[in-house]
Design a protein around this ligand. Structure first.
Ligand code: HEC
Ligand code: HEC
Length: 200
């Protein structure tokens, strides 16, 4: 059915006795869509933003992982979590029927894709994050969209830049912002935590 056909259906007066449930269904669809949006890869990334952007893995991500949502990056999950997420995506692609089909990777391509996500995953903190007055704030804020990042992966200066970028992501994705005090407390905690462990 083309666009006009769909519009014609939408225009048709609801049958008697069915308008209340269909209004409810409509509300439910709207809520479902809104909730799904929160859990989708963030908009705005392009191939050059991906780690090892010239690799076959990155190229396959662009080819197969953009049919339904924005380009995903391996940096939103740990290597332990990616197999589960990617498996869910195979289900979503494989389950679609005409006319909503999307490009389907071969099994060799799936292996390359999974390996790419695992190899370039977010580096997460293992047990033993140092305590401190700002640890709860770090855990509450920086664990909201992905697992807790490992403090040791960046220097002090680099952490400030990453925390600023994450503050911007929060504004766009969650419509919430970090206050300047929260930003500097989190950056300070990360710098201290990286140093504390490096000196152990
Ligand atoms: C057939 C449509 C479709 C394709 C193709 C697709 N996805 Fe998704 N993806 C979804 C839907 C729907 C959601 C939201 C629900 C969910 O998370 O399962 C989603 C959500 C996501 C999320 C955010 C949720 C999370 O757990 O982090 C990531 C990351 C993701 N997809 C990665 C990928 C990757 C990697 C590929 C390519 C291998 C891919 N997607 C291909 C439909 C698709
Ligand atoms: C609103 C969701 C959200 C919150 C909250 C969030 N992040 Fe992220 N984070 C992302 C997304 C999306 C990516 C992948 C895209 C990117 O790198 O910008 C990411 C990637 C990362 C990466 C890997 C990329 C890199 O540059 O090394 C690190 C490290 C990171 N976040 C640290 C943090 C820290 C620290 C906080 C707390 C201040 C935080 N995140 C809070 C969404 C979020």
């Amino acid at each position: 059915m083309g666009m006009l056909g769909l519009l014609a259906c939408a225009d048709r007066a609801p049958e008697r006795g069915t308008d209340a449930p269909s209004a409810e269904a409509h509300d439910r669809d709207a809520i479902l869509l809104a909730s799904a949006k929160v859990a989708l890869p963030p908009a705005g990334l392009t191939l050059v933003d991906l780690p090892d952007a010239k690799s076959e893995g990155a190229r396959l991500v662009e080819r197969y992982c953009t049919a339904c949502h924005a380009l995903p990056t391996p940096l939103t999950h740990s290597s332990a979590d990616w197999p589960r997420v990617v498996r869910r995506m195979w289900l979503r692609m494989d389950g679609l029927e005409e006319p909503a089909r999307v490009p389907i990777p071969s099994s060799a391509e799936r292996t390359v894709l999974l390996r790419y996500f695992i190899e370039h995953a977010l580096r997460v903190s293992e047990a033993g994050l140092p305590t401190g007055p700002d640890r709860p704030l770090f855990v509450a804020v920086c664990g909201r969209c992905h697992e807790l990042p490992d403090p040791e992966q960046y220097s002090s200066a680099e952490w400030s830049a990453v925390v600023d970028r994450m503050g911007a992501r929060m504004t766009i994705m969650l419509n919430q912002s970090l206050t300047p005090t929260e930003r500097s407390r989190i950056a300070g905690y990360l710098e201290g935590a990286a140093g504390a462990r490096a000196n152990r």
